[in-house]
Design a protein. Structure first.
Length: 266
DNA sequence: CAACCGACCTGTTCGC
DNA sequence: TGCGAACAGGTCGGTT
């Protein structure tokens, strides 16, 4: 479900609500939501810590704790993290609750149970292998070109590889390729410098607009607040927003991939 | 080396 | 209306 813009939306919410608060307890109803360490250690080490800051790396939420340690969370397909009043009714799919002083709690909802939380000394243990952060100054067309040309994968496959660019998922990879006019099946190492410049700019613009819109609303009720409206993703059979050609769908890496056969020809 | 497949899970939608 | 199949925003490890 969540890609970079949706994760950023969660981060903004958490930063506002739990920064400076201290943890008083935990409730874990699905043990496998805790990736590391074990459930017991996780709870023991969390109690008494203070939430120092909340940030994001790729699709990981990073909560810095005082006096030490980091709580990371990956929402995977269906996860959501929100702060709620202790008295507020709980959702059906709540997996972990982290209790704070002042009757407020962090709730990890995750219907499909794919999401994970990590309590570590150094976030690099988890996010160390991630690629370029799209909003950092390192995200240049030169850097992207170099990474695309290191391998001969279909360009969309490489965009989904978090070791290349961190934060893109199926929706925004599809959207970026449409904006850049690049066919998803093209080999990454065959892209010219000019096309990589277009791709870099498309990725940056798509993500920036989606963050501003607080993510995408796909109508399942989870990201209802998200106002980003995909131009191509999920529009198979409908006219291209640019040239009216019927949008087609192919499967790349077992993921649905919508594209315009004319704007994104080979 | 790149592509594919099954796991991990549950909920929703679609076709009959 | 009911029921099974297909599919869903992610990632990993093992095969082809």
């Amino acid at each position: 479900m969540p890609e970079l813009p949706e994760v950023q939306t969660v981060v903004n919410h958490l930063a506002e609500c739990i920064t400076g608060r201290s943890i008083t307890g935990t409730e874990i109803s699905w043990a496998r939501s805790i990736a590391v360490p074990g459930v017991t250690l996780f709870s023991q080490q969390l109690v008494g810590k203070v939430c120092r800051a909340v940030s994001r790396r790729g699709k990981y939420i990073v909560i810095a704790l005082a006096p030490h340690g980091y709580l990371l969370c990956h929402l995977r397909m269906s996860g959501d993290l929100k702060v709620a009043d202790a008295a507020a009714p709980r959702s059906k799919h709540e997996r972990v609750r982290i209790l704070f002083e002042g009757e407020c709690e962090l709730r990890f909802d995750d219907p499909r149970k794919f999401g994970k939380m990590y309590l570590v000394a150094d976030p690099e243990e988890i996010v160390g292998t991630l690629g370029i952060e799209p909003f950092s100054r390192n995200f240049t067309s030169e850097a992207l070109y170099e990474r695309l040309h290191q391998r001969a994968l279909r360009v969309k496959t490489l965009l989904l590889d978090q070791r290349c660019v961190a934060g893109l998922g199926n929706i925004y990879a599809v959207e970026s390729l449409w904006h850049a006019g690049i066919n998803p099946l093209v080999r990454s190492n065959k892209l010219s410098k000019e096309r990589v410049v277009k791709l870099r700019n498309a990725i940056y613009e798509v993500l920036r607009k989606a963050v501003d819109a607080r993510g995408t609303d796909l109508g399942d009720g989870v990201w209802k607040s998200g106002g980003y409206s995909p131009k191509t993703y999920g529009r198979e059979g409908q006219p291209c927003r640019r040239c009216k050609t019927v949008i087609r769908r192919v499967i790349v890496n077992q993921r649905s991939t919508d594209f315009c056969p004319k704007c994104q020809s080979r």
